[in-house]
Write a protein that binds this ligand. Structure first.
Ligand SMILES: Nc1ccn([C@@H]2O[C@H](COP(=O)(O)OP(=O)(O)OP(=O)(O)O)[C@@H](O)[C@H]2O)c(=O)n1
Ligand SMILES: C[C@](O)(CO)[C@H](O)COP(=O)(O)O
Length: 230
């Protein structure tokens, strides 16, 4: 399931960042090519904004493995909408991988390794990388001042895909929404139910394209992956 209904406000571009040009295609086309290169991915549901004029113009939107649905106001709403579109296609015990449209540099090998590690895990988990930098909390009074240093010994940066059983993920997201518990990733909803998703070591180059400088970096990464999808 690919949430792709965001507006990319932090990118401050004329169009949503998932449709920006990247390495002779667009951000979302690279993301979908990577997912479709994983043999064990059967269907990809893409949640796009209502009346999105860009998505229908992409040939990949007609790919036989791709189903399109409408997204929501927040990322979690778009993911819930995408899961709704899988009703009847997915069984409760099927694994669902949620992957940001804004993460085009993911490697199929990382996704396959996560599936290998988690396919018989009781909960599921996420791609993530241990934090290498020293982390600081900003002052609540002056954002440019350091308030304190965060213990990074057990700190990881969550990425996507995030992989959970269809029924459990649907329940967890609906429960979080009902509790008014705001989640910025799927794992948070499972944690809110008291379960512990697994951390699967990912790659630091699986960046989420968020601000303009991320595009130049993604271009370099994709150029270095030229033989990846052959
Ligand atoms: N209502 C939303 C908001 C975000 N997303 C998707 O969730 C992914 C990660 O979100 P983010 O990087 O925050 O994208 P935007 O919300 O578009 O960015 P911003 O917060 O800068 O506006 C993106 O692929 C985005 O398209 C979505 O499907 N529906
Ligand atoms: C899901 C995610 O990519 C994990 O790091 C991240 O939480 C998305 O956050 P965003 O603010 O919706 O980009």
């Amino acid at each position: 399931m690919v949430p792709a209904a965001g507006i990319g406000s932090r990118m401050a571009a004329d169009i949503p960042k998932q449709y920006l040009p990247l390495h002779n295609a667009t951000v979302i086309e690279w993301t979908l090519r990577k997912l479709l290169a994983v043999q064990r991915v059967r269907k990809v549901v893409v949640a796009v904004a209502e009346h999105d004029p860009h998505w229908p113009q992409l040939a990949i939107s007609q790919h036989p493995q791709i189903v399109t649905t409408g997204g929501g106001a927040e990322r979690a709403d778009s993911v819930l909408a995408g899961l709704g579109a899988l009703q009847g296609l997915a069984q409760s015990n099927d694994w669902v991988l949620v992957h940001d449209a804004a993460r085009p540099c993911v490697q199929p090998a990382s996704i396959n390794r996560m599936i290998d590690e988690l396919h018989d895990h009781p909960v599921g988990g996420i791609l993530a990388v241990p934090v290498a930098d020293t982390l600081k909390y900003a002052s609540p009074r002056e954002p440019a001042d350091i308030d304190k240093t965060v213990d990074r010994k057990r700190t990881w940066a969550a990425q996507t895909p995030q992989m959970f059983r269809y029924g459990e993920l649907l329940n967890a997201l609906q429960n979080a929404s009902g509790d008014g518990f705001i989640v910025t990733d799927e794992a948070s909803a499972l944690e809110h139910l008291g379960v512990q998703p697994r951390l699967v070591v990912g790659r630091t180059d699986n960046l989420k394209i968020t601000t303009p400088d991320d595009l130049a970096l993604a271009q370099l990464i994709l150029a270095s992956q030229s033989n990846l999808l052959e």
